[in-house]
Write a new protein. Structure first.
Length: 464
């Protein structure tokens, strides 16, 4: 009887321990969706009532919306590299859209842009490689833009493709930054034609769903990256939705084609979220929805933010971020803690219960924010953009956000701009002269960070 009693007690203790363990011990699926060039104000749940995004809005209601989320850079390639490695663009020395080109340099510029790498070297360990080593199936769908110069049909250097960075399959990920067409045939070498006239977001949604079904059938957790080419240029959408917005008088600066692209993108998200429910894996899947940088200024209306893609102002780097993970993220919550692209790698590792103690990362695990159990350790986030964007209009510089304040250092004349984002999200009032001590401390911190990361700097140009 004593032995039976002891056995029962041990059994109860074991069951109690299992009950106390968080559900993510079971290795959740991870679905990371990154839309190309989607601005902070380009969703209805972000406050833009002119747009139609019911499926993404529903995702926000079911999870947590981050109000102060940032891309690691104001252009795409650096942000993508930062997500994959957990390292900043400054550390990776991938600081512009690939490839950086002489034609981006204004003729009257006093500076030449910093030198950079036009690919993500395989010496860096990616989050896909780490999860794959721990039993995950890994799939990549969409835009890569980390594989050197583009050639015929978008082909780049195959040594730096998703397949070489830990992904089991890759559909569409190559060297191009924007598609040749959003309608089949797409003219991408690794996105074969399927149905003439098919819209690319629908194609990627179907391919992703097929991948998820396969993993569910094999009882294997998955990491899926859906990095849509939409809503990048060219402005193309099915005719039905173009007609819906063409004569709208309330769009203001919003291009009607862009509004149509956003709604059709949302429809493809609806197909994916419905598939999670149908496969009965929604509760076991961490879904992250975000963008790679601010919107293209020629088609979007980013107010109240200043500027757009390619600038260090909020319009270039502040992005939407929504996370849903039932049982770990309470529904209908918002979080105003500043977060940045490098945070995804340590977060995904922690969610998958993978020890990241030996992994070098400049990001921070966001799970304490997800379940509201704690705060982040860091005090500041940093940005470094020493290159000219495609539009040639930006000034080279770096930036730091500490608390509610943001400082930008300009490399052409060594000037600084200081903004109180809590009270001036539009960055209209430069407080550098009013708060010289704060500006000096933040500038010293920013320069120390650049030195620590080995950030490449622009050089003086000898004008003839």
């Amino acid at each position: 009887m004593m032995r039976i009693l002891i056995a029962l007690i041990c059994c109860c203790l074991f069951l109690d321990r299992l009950a106390a363990e968080p559900a993510h011990e079971q290795k959740p699926n991870i679905l990371f969706i990154m839309i190309d060039d989607l601005g902070w104000m380009d969703l209805r749940c972000q406050g833009n009532k002119r747009l139609t995004t019911p499926h993404i809005d529903r995702l926000a209601k079911q999870g947590m919306r981050f109000t102060d989320a940032y891309a690691a850079a104001p252009v795409c390639s650096p942000t993508r590299a930062a997500v994959l490695t957990g390292l900043s663009p400054a550390t990776l020395q991938i600081t512009n859209h690939i490839p950086d080109q002489k034609r981006f340099v204004p003729k009257d510029s006093k500076l030449l842009p910093a030198k950079m790498h036009n690919f993500l070297d395989t010496r860096y360990q990616t989050v896909a490689e780490m999860l794959k080593q721990n039993g995950y199936a890994t799939g990549f769908f969409g835009k890569w833009h980390l594989a050197g110069n583009r050639k015929k049909q978008g082909m780049g250097d195959l040594r730096y493709y998703p397949e070489k960075h830990g992904f089991d399959i890759n559909l569409g990920g190559c060297a191009v930054g924007g598609p040749f067409s959003f309608f089949d045939p797409y003219n991408l070498h690794n996105l074969p034609p399927r149905k003439k006239g098919e819209y690319m977001p629908d194609r990627f949604a179907d391919e992703l769903i097929g991948f998820m079904k396969k993993q569910v059938a094999s009882d294997k957790p998955f990491l899926a990256f859906l990095w849509n080419y939409t809503v990048h240029w060219p402005m193309e959408a099915p005719e039905k939705y173009l007609a819906k917005y063409k004569d709208r008088k309330d769009l203001g600066k919003l291009d009607f084609r862009y509004a149509a692209m956003i709604e059709t993108m949302d429809l493809s998200m609806g197909k994916i979220f419905a598939a999670l429910d149908e496969l009965k894996i929604a509760d076991d899947t961490l879904v992250v929805f975000t963008s790679d940088n601010g919107a293209y200024g020629g088609v979007s209306d980013l107010k109240p933010l200043r500027a757009a893609k390619g600038y260090l102002y909020e319009g270039g780097i502040r992005v939407p971020l929504i996370v849903r993970w039932p049982g770990h993220v309470k529904a209908g919550k918002t979080c105003d803690t500043p977060v940045i692209s490098m945070d995804f790698l340590p977060t995904f590792l922690a969610a998958a219960n993978i020890d990241s103690g030996r992994v070098k990362t400049e990001g921070e695990n966001l799970l304490p924010l997800f379940d509201q159990s704690g705060t982040l350790k860091r005090k500041s986030i940093y940005f470094h953009y020493p290159n000219f964007a495609f539009h040639k209009q930006n000034r080279l510089g770096s930036a730091v956000r500490t608390g509610q304040f943001k400082l930008i250092e300009r490399f052409d004349d060594n000037s600084v701009e200081l903004y109180d984002l809590k009270n001036d999200i539009g960055e209209t009032k430069n407080l550098a002269k009013q708060k010289p001590d704060l500006a000096r401390r933040m500038l010293t911190d920013l320069r120390a960070w650049r030195k620590q990361t080995g950030a490449a700097m622009p050089t003086k140009r000898e004008l003839k």
